[in-house]
Design a protein around this ligand. Sequence first.
Ligand code: ATP
Ligand code: MG
Length: 662
Amino acid sequence: MSDAIETHQTEIRHFAPSPEFAARAIVSDSSLHDAGDADFESFWAGQARDLLHWDTEWSKVLDWDPPNAKWFVDGKLNVTYNCIDRHVESGHGSQVAFFWEGEPGDERAITYSQLLEDVSRCANALKELGVERGDRVAIYMGMVPELTVAMLACARIGAAHSVVFGGFSSDSLRGRINDAEAKIVITCDGAWRRGAVVALKDIVDEALLDTPSIEKCIVLKRTDHGNEMTEGRDIWWHDLVDRQSAECPPEPMDAEQLLFILYTSGTTAKPKGIMHTTGGYLTGVASTFRSIFDIHPDEDVYWCTADCGWVTGHSYIVYGPLANRSTSVLYEGTPDHPDKDRFWAIVEKYGVTILYTAPTAIRTFMKWGVEYPGAHDLTSLRLLGSVGEPINPEAWIWYHDVIGGGKTPIVDTWWQTETGAVMISPLPGLTTLKPGSATFAMPGIGVDVVGDDGRHVGIPGGGYLVLTKPWPSMLRGVWGDPERFQETYWSRFPGLYFAGDGARYDDDGYIWLLGRVDDVMLVSGHNISTAEVESALVDHHAVAEAAVVGVHDPTTGQAISAFVVLKNDHEPSKALEKELRIHVGNLIGAIARPKSILFTDDLPKTRSGKIMRRLLRNVADDETLGDTTTLADPGVVARIKDRFLSVDSEDDEVDDLEENQK
Ligand code: ATP
Ligand code: MG
């Protein structure tokens, strides 16, 4: 990318917090932001002290030797004491930590007291198997309560967990186990997915054919799927864990003790094993969860629909909510089982007040139609959240109006596996929202948009998103690969963390995420962001989802190639293709008009639901595909490739008179 990304602004509505919301909000004035701006180290020290229990206070808040940070040096604390024990000790043992909803309709309510017993038993079981502080434990399970129990049990004894999403193949699992040299793997016999059993244990068996570090495999019975147990290696959870003592004292851990390794979702490249430690991470997630989700622990029922296999599940299903003594919903299955209204049935059943989901899910719900949410009472909702990709304004408005009944604020939270906690987000009682903008840096976080020279681009202006100050939940490295850590994040701009995303400031200094810089398209010398062209396409009433990529073009350098999924009641046609090109031209300008549009029934996505544009680029450029191991449905690319090659590249230029030239 040679210049700052060119940006385009269409007219948008603003949403100020309602007086009723602001009156009850945890944050409704600028004092947190002011404190963070004044001195970020003291700000974070204050958060750590106010929100967490420390067995030993730190001697130094931050030891910063770029790119290596140590936060709360010499401080000691136990993550699970902070997430569970202290709530029980303060008289909240009977409060529900998780309302668990199984996909087949079974349910469990797990109180903080119960969670303490379960975690202690599991921690004792791990100790019995010889797991020690610093060891790695791989977890490969469906979304059952025992998944959170297993994570917390590791944290209790200072073992690092490496959760691998239960949809990954045996190869992906094996790669992650071997990379982390995990000693133990914890799994389930099977997991429910759309009414069918995914035979997790069979996949584990396959993976374990070549994993020299693994000593034991603990298997939770979930689906009664007949399993072969390997003598000497495999143990049933109920045989091992249930007989353990329900007492396991929480040992104080060093603030910099490795808490977990988590592999990135692989949207842009081969997954990286991101390392997070104890004190800074918990401070970051506890603080951001409280202020962004405005959590009132005695009243709210919070639901994050992510899977614990992703960082969102780590930070905002397990650690952030529990540190704040929240009551959460945990759901095992898919949104369309038994029908496409499952999410809304769950919101109604548990009286969910705060819902946190992803744009890919929201666009899918839009495609399915309003009748599904319309069939349920969603009036309990008071706050909505979005994470994972840029949320286009069209989807934002739909989410706000259809799900939120036109009254709920939406927090669009930008962050990464690497950042551990949210870096950019509105605070719902304070920030005036603009649909599609993640708004501003969180208190204590330094965010900027810079040009090629690493300097602030000015307002308005577009370029690269960077983080300018260290933060407590920052990654401590890439497991086993210090060079990749340095190279990927700290080499592009000296002294700045390079996030890999493009962003822009609008006239008011609001931050808009523009997608990956690797995906930015260079058309006739203009940098055009994927997010803006995709938003323009989705803005058309017939379009449910869109992905655009720049492909090699002899005249313009790159040309925009669009892949479009239509809403249920629309059919592909030449006329519609033309209409869409005009639509994009009208919204952004002629330069952003896709040269080709391919209608498809699906887009290649990672298992976490993110569009993998690099694969589409490879299809369009007819190149080999590269790493596809994190793809949700490997068949999609092949289908798109077939369609792509059979469409002839006829040039039907849109009449220049039909559009606004820019
Ligand atoms: P890999 O690093 O392996 O390519 P990944 O980046 O998709 O995988 P994650 O850490 O899960 O893995 O995703 C972080 C990325 O998701 C961000 O860099 C950004 O591109 C995108 N993202 C997350 N939240 C938002 C948001 N609210 N708005 C825009 N983009 C977002
Ligand atoms: Mg990434």
